[in-house]
Write a protein that binds this ligand. Structure first.
Ligand SMILES: *[C@@H]1O[C@H](CO)[C@@H](O)[C@H](O)[C@H]1NC(C)=O
Length: 147
């Protein structure tokens, strides 16, 4: 428990200037505690095309997962989906996390993505983390603006 409290504290301290983002859940089996984008101090965030962002999600899984992979996409008002590449270190699946992911233990995942180039201003940014059986561990949507 001590370790996880420390991790929690570290995140809160290092991201003191960031704010927790409002989100819509799209089928998470885990409990999401908070989501933040380190560079964002407003909600909705105004994402600048080409800028490198660090997104963080803190959650507690309810199940055991052997592998994890990440999928990010952007949906515009015409409901066109565009994949957004996400950078993480490759360790378990495509995320730098210890596997298997154990239920009941707080996890914090972070990833980098580049502010997409898009012709519309209002977009929904969706981040899904799925397991080896394609079950959603977390799925959330953030309403953002693109500059
Ligand atoms: C974004 O920043 C992270 C952390 O500084 C870095 O590891 C990553 O390579 C950068 N990604 C891109 C696409 O520039």
């Amino acid at each position: 428990m001590k370790l996880f409290s420390c991790v929690y504290l570290l995140i809160l301290v290092t991201s003191a200037a960031s704010i927790m983002m409002k989100y819509t859940d799209c089928g998470s089996t885990a409990t999401i505690h908070f989501i933040l984008i380190e560079e964002c101090h407003h909600d909705p965030c105004v994402l600048q095309s080409g800028h490198n962002y660090t997104i963080l999600v803190s959650f507690t899984p309810r199940e055991r997962h052997n592998q994890v992979r990440s999928l990010m996409s952007l949906t515009d008002p015409l409901k066109t989906d565009t994949p957004v590449p996400v950078w993480t270190n490759y360790q378990c699946g495509d995320l730098s996390v210890l596997c298997p992911v154990q239920p009941g233990i707080l996890q914090t995942y972070s990833a980098n993505f580049v502010g997409p180039y898009h012709s519309t201003i209002n977009v929904d940014l969706k981040w899904e983390i799925k397991d080896e059986k394609d079950h959603e561990i977390i799925c959330f949507i953030l309403a953002e603006l693109i500059q």
